[in-house]
Design a protein around this ligand. Structure first.
Ligand code: NAD
Ligand code: MLT
Length: 310
């Protein structure tokens, strides 16, 4: 039987090739909700990254859909309740981009500490201002990891190789489990008090929305640095911008935004804030991994089997 699959965000060619062995694949990028609603009834499966909002309206119109695949970790752009009500399997590919997001987090931390983006711009403008770009070392600093899952743990390992002390908060990880990684688990309140650098690696859920806000920032060390390569909305961007402007926060590195693409973010005006356009998973290796994983799961489901990551 031939199945119709819609790919509505850029997917690595390796995944498309797997799908084409069993399905007719249409790649239509950048569709509006109305455009999706108009055509979605023709498809047995839909594959997205983070660019497509799969709303309840889209799912309602998906009359023969059996599978929605998210080529990446977060499924917050898919109305999973609406999909479940309609009996559609939603699967993701949570492991394929873990190391890409980990390495991006490390790159952001070191860029922030050594002010590399600003120094790069300055030198290319013809300046030679060595004293302006004095950095700080990560050696012997305390890294606070909020969310000790796949990425949080990999970040911890790499930070330890820089001789950082790593502490973490995760309500689902025991102190004993943390100790296996050489990491002290603590309350989020204590983590905010002791960390020189804070990096968040949680999903965006009710409990983590604006976890970093004006009040929590006030409890942090003066000169703390903050990194978000997880999800926009975990940090209150206005509160962070105000805290960087006041000097309370020495710098921030932000890959993900409350609204993507961001319009008029208060963070863009600040020299001590590094931003990237949601690049955490953007490596050749990660995109191949997630595309292959999501394509194999798609075929398994269309053939009547189960998805690995539901
Ligand atoms: P994961 O599920 O392996 O880990 C998340 C951890 O957060 C879990 O250990 C969980 O127990 C913990 N957690 C849940 N609620 C919490 C709370 N209230 N407080 C603290 N911790 C809590 O996920 P992961 O693969 O490590 O991904 C982490 C985040 O990174 C996700 O939001 C994911 O979408 C995002 N991500 C972003 C990019 C990117 O391109 N920037 C790439 C990959 C993943
Ligand atoms: C994810 O959740 O996997 C990331 O946000 C990366 C992506 O956009 O695919």
């Amino acid at each position: 039987m031939n199945y119709n699959v819609l790919v509505s965000d850029p997917l690595a060619e390796e995944g498309i090739e797997i799908l084409r062995q069993f399905c007719t694949v249409d790649e239509k990028i950048g569709l509006s909700e109305d455009e999706l609603v108009a055509i979605i009834g023709e498809y047995d499966a839909l594959i997205v990254r983070s660019g497509t909002e799969v709303t309840a309206r889209v799912i309602e119109a998906a009359s023969k859909m059996k599978y929605i695949g998210r080529a990446g970790a977060g499924v917050d752009n898919i109305d999973t309740d609406a999909a479940t009500r309609k009996g559609i399997i939603v699967a993701n590919a949570p492991e394929g981009n873990t190391l890409a997001a980990t390495e991006h987090t490390m790159a952001m931390m070191l860029s922030l500490a050594r002010r590399i983006p600003s120094a790069n711009v300055s030198l290319k403008k013809g300046e030679w201002k060595r004293s302006r770009f004095i950095g700080v070392e990560m050696n012997e600093k305390t890294l606070g990891v909020v969310g000790f899952g796949r990425i949080g743990r990999e970040v911890a390992k790499r930070a330890q190789s820089f001789n950082m002390r790593v502490v973490a908060y995760d309500p689902f990880i025991t102190p004993e489990r943390g100790a296996q990684f050489g990491v002290e688990m603590m309350t989020v309140e204590d983590l905010f008090k002791v960390a020189d650098v804070i990096t968040v690696h949680t999903p965006l859920i009710k409990e983590t929305t604006h976890l970093i806000n004006t009040d929590s920032i006030a409890t942090m060390k003066d000169g703390v640095r903050i990194i978000n390569c997880a999800r926009g909305g975990i940090i209150d961007e206005n509160a962070l911008a105000a805290a960087v402007a006041s000097g309370k926060v020495a710098g921030a590195a932000i890959d993900v935004f409350e609204e993507e693409p961001p319009t008029n973010s208060p963070l863009f005006d600040l020299d001590n804030v590094i931003v990237t356009p949601h690049l955490g998973a953007s490596t050749v290796e990660a995109q191949k991994n997630v595309a292959e994983s999501i394509a194999h799961q798609c075929i398994d489901v269309l053939k009547g089997g189960a998805a690995k990551y539901v």
